[in-house]
Write a protein that binds this ligand. Structure first.
Ligand SMILES: [Zn+2]
Ligand SMILES: [Zn+2]
Length: 241
C-alpha cells in the first residue's frame, strides 16, 4: 500500500525530470502526449457498428446483426463498453502493466478508458461507484497490484466517482483461457463474491477492467453485485480482445 502511494506521489515529479516518451516505442514526445503518431495510428478504436451489449465490432452496415459472442446469452450487466481493440500497441501496454510491473501505465490506460464514459451507452448514467474486477490474492501477491484497481483509481481522479472495492475473487482460475465458453462460465461460477461490509444496495455500479474477452468475467461479477442488491451494473474496459 505504502509502496503504491509513494509511486503515485512521485509521478508528477518523474514527468518533470524525465521528459515524456511514447508509452510504446519510447520516442521523445511533446508534453501532454502518451503516444507518437506512428503508435497512435496503430490504436484501433471500437466504433459503431458494434454489439450494444458486448462491444464486438462488425462490418455489416445493413440488415440484422446477431453478435457471435452474445448469441443466446443473457448477461447480468446492462452493457460492456470497450474503447479499443486489444492489438499491437494496446496489447503490449496491457501485457506490461500486468506482467512487467509498470504501474505507471495505469494513467495511460485510464486516459483511454475515460473515452468510454462518453459512449452513448454510459454518458447519461450517474454512477455511484467504480468497482474494479478483483484478482485472486495469489495473483495479487505475484503482480504486487491489481491493474484493474489502479486503472479505476486513475479514472476516479478524473471523474470524482469513488472506487468501491466491493468484490473479491475466491477461487483461483488458472486455465481460464484454455476453456471453452460453457466451461468458462462454469469455472467462474462462485469465483467472485461481495466483500463483507461492502454496501452495494441500490447503487448504480460501473465495473472496471483492463480487457474484455467474452464478457464472462464481467458477467460473473455483475451477477453477485445484483444478488447483493445493486440496482444496475454496467462495465467499462480499456480494450476488447
Ligand atoms: Zn511510439
Ligand atoms: Zn455481443
Amino acid at each position: 500500500m505504502l509502496k503504491k502511494t509513494i509511486t503515485e506521489a512521485l509521478e508528477p515529479l518523474a514527468t518533470l525530470f524525465f521528459p515524456p516518451h511514447c508509452a510504446h516505442c519510447k520516442t521523445r514526445l511533446e508534453a501532454g502526449m502518451d503516444f507518437c503518431s506512428d503508435c497512435e495510428a496503430l490504436i484501433e478504436r471500437i466504433k459503431a457498428p458494434r454489439c450494444e451489449s458486448c462491444s464486438q465490432p462488425y462490418d455489416c452496415l445493413t440488415g440484422e446483426f446477431t453478435c457471435p459472442n452474445c448469441r443466446g446469452e443473457a448477461f447480468y450487466f446492462e452493457c460492456a463498453v470497450a474503447v479499443v481493440r486489444s492489438r499491437s500497441v494496446i496489447r503490449d501496454l496491457i501485457h506490461r502493466i500486468k506482467y512487467g510491473k509498470e504501474i505507471w501505465l495505469a494513467r495511460v490506460l485510464a486516459q483511454i478508458a475515460a473515452e468510454g464514459l462518453e459512449d452513448s451507452r454510459l454518458v447519461d448514467e450517474e454512477f455511484d461507484a467504480l468497482v474494479p474486477v478483483p484478482l485472486h490474492p495469489k495473483r495479487l501477491r505475484e503482480r504486487e497490484y491489481n491493474q484493474a484497481a489502479v486503472i479505476a483509481e486513475n479514472l476516479s481522479r478524473r471523474t470524482a466517482i469513488p472506487v468501491l472495492s466491493a468484490l473479491e475473487r475466491r477461487r483461483y482460475t488458472t486455465t481460464q483461457t484454455a476453456l471453452d465458453r460453457k466451461n468458462r462460465r462454469q469455472n467462474l461460477r462462485n469465483a467472485f463474491s461481495v466483500v463483507k461490509n461492502a454496501d452495494v444496495t441500490n447503487k448504480n455500479l460501473l465495473l472496471v477492467d483492463d480487457v474484455l474477452t467474452t464478457g464472462s468475467t464481467l458477467d460473473a461479477c455483475a451477477a453477485v453485485l445484483l444478488e447483493r442488491g445493486a440496482s444496475s451494473v454496467r462495465a467499462l474496459t480499456v480494450a476488447r480482445g
